[in-house]
Design a protein around this ligand. Sequence first.
Ligand code: PEP
Length: 249
Amino acid sequence: MKTLVANWKMELGVRESVALARGVLRGLRGVKEVPNVYVAPSHTALTDVAKVLGRSRVMLAAQDMHREAQGAYTGFVSAKQLKEVGAQAVILGHSERRAYAGETDADIGCKLALACEHHLDPIICVGEPSAVREAGEAAGYVSEQLQTILAAADMPKRQRLMIAYEPLWAIGTGVTPTIHDVREVHLLIRSRLKDAGMERARVLYGGSVNAQNIYEFINDDDVDGVLVGGASVRLNSLRELINVVSEIG
Ligand code: PEP
């Protein structure tokens, strides 16, 4: 079964997030083969969206968490606190966190360890800037990012883990890599995962996925799912994306 992660970024308030989550559940009524759908609202909406999702097959993800378990960290949110409000997963190392909050692979590694400890499914984002892609070094760059992150955490072999390959130049730009380019990077990601004994992890693609182009990515055997930002914050578009993922199964 393929996976879709809907990252609602800082786009929606509580009421909008609740309405969108309700719309997703309505759209899935009667669907037998429900894909793995995660919705990731802002922290402020997690509790209310958790209530809407209840025991449905749609899962709740947070967009980030702090690298320490607890302490004097004003304004931050811990893994335990996310678990408390019903999150099942957490996005770690999104490029916007790396760019605007200065997160490093070492930070993300610490977060990964904590997420595992608190039984949150980690969705780790990796991806290269355009200069690295142009230099032909994308796969090596991503592989190194992942190696550093995975080295920081001693993960149980049964840990549910997702790696989202998100080239920086593709996020929110409308530009996407070719499926051939995605495959090349996914292959190296899988090889790093194998080294870490985590070959069961899912490898997703993210970056300007929309209802028009999702099929090309999701239909590929090397792509276990997609992480979608912009095209996931409106109900019609999100439902179209989920429908395509459901059809592929
Ligand atoms: C993202 O938020 O991770 C993302 C891929 O955004 P977009 O789909 O808007 O490019």
